[in-house]
Design a protein around this ligand. Structure first.
Ligand code: ZN
Length: 292
């Protein structure tokens, strides 16, 4: 699509809310969209008082925001789009405070927009299984926390599990339970049969040989793991992913609850999986919506 990426280009493409709504209609339905009511195609016009388009033949209405993260929002679409722009321009994420300042909305609204965008990133990124015959997947886990457990006053940590195909995508899962045995079902869900899996020596991974997935399992000495270098330019390791995640959380948000940790992991995952195509960050967010 070759969409340009400066602030000026952004506002040229999306000068106002109407332009944003027209874009959303176009992306989700297209000009030639067949009316679900009268089956005629190609005749839609914008209604003036509601954020909707109407069929020229029968008057059926289509609301482009319905079924997207914008549904029910009173925040102008242009601010939503601009918030996405800010996300894709930031290396370590955008805090609620920063969104509040840049968008001129309340903190509560900014916080909600941020989480909806992370949810959108997770949907756009999808979770196609990784690995398979002849492929190698590194799996690693890290503990992030702590969060205050309801009523107990104790501090715990959540497990973030990263499954990373060599030269491919990363898939993450956040597991609130401390027990590492909870890891296995997530691996079986995301890593295809016949994959060669590399992990550290955590006991939970020993079960990889027992599950009915024909995995080949190789484990690496935990102390040896420390010597794996992390090259900022060509990072393709679970450690690289975790460093980015921790920088985003500690540097930008300072503290996140376990309940929302998966959203931050999704954000870093979205960016990580497009690390070689920075131009696709914004286009993917602005062009990938549920089809009408
Ligand atoms: Zn119609």
């Amino acid at each position: 699509m070759g969409m340009k990426q400066t602030v000026r280009d952004f506002f040229k493409q999306f000068p106002n809310d109407d332009a944003c709504l027209a874009h959303l209609f176009e992306v989700r339905y297209g000009d030639a969209h067949t009316c679900p009511k009268c089956n005629k195609s190609g005749g839609w016009y914008r209604l003036s008082k509601v954020k909707a388009f109407s069929c020229q033949s029968c008057g059926h209405h289509i609301h482009p925001m319905a079924g997207t993260i914008y549904e029910g929002s009173t925040t102008p679409l242009q601010l939503w789009f601009f918030a996405m722009f800010l996300f894709t321009k930031s290396r370590n994420g955008v805090s609620g405070k920063e969104l509040q300042r840049q968008l001129g909305v309340t903190y509560k609204t900014a916080w909600r927009i941020g989480h909806k965008i992370r949810e959108h990133m997770a949907n756009v990124d999808g979770d196609t299984p990784i690995g398979g015959e002849g492929k190698t997947v590194q799996i690693d886990e890290t503990f992030i926390g702590g969060y205050r457990r309801g009523g107990q006053g104790g501090v715990g940590k959540a497990i973030v599990l990263a499954m990373l195909e060599n030269d491919g995508d990363v898939v993450t899962e956040v597991i609130e339970n401390r027990g590492t045995m909870a890891i296995m079902p997530h691996i079986m869900e995301h890593v295809l049969p016949n994959t060669e899996i590399h992990t550290d020596e955590l006991a939970a991974y020993k079960a990889l040989k027992r599950v009915d997935m024909n995995y080949t399992h190789k484990s690496v000495d935990h102390s040896a793991k420390q010597y794996v270098g992390w090259d900022r330019q060509t990072t393709n390791t679970a450690e690289g992913f975790f460093m980015h995640l921790k920088r985003t959380i500690k540097g930008t948000h300072i503290w996140v609850s376990a309940k929302h940790l998966h959203r931050y992991a999704s954000e870093v995952e979205f960016m990580y999986n497009r690390r070689d195509h920075p131009e696709s960050h914004l286009t993917d967010l602005l062009y990938c919506f549920p089809k009408g």
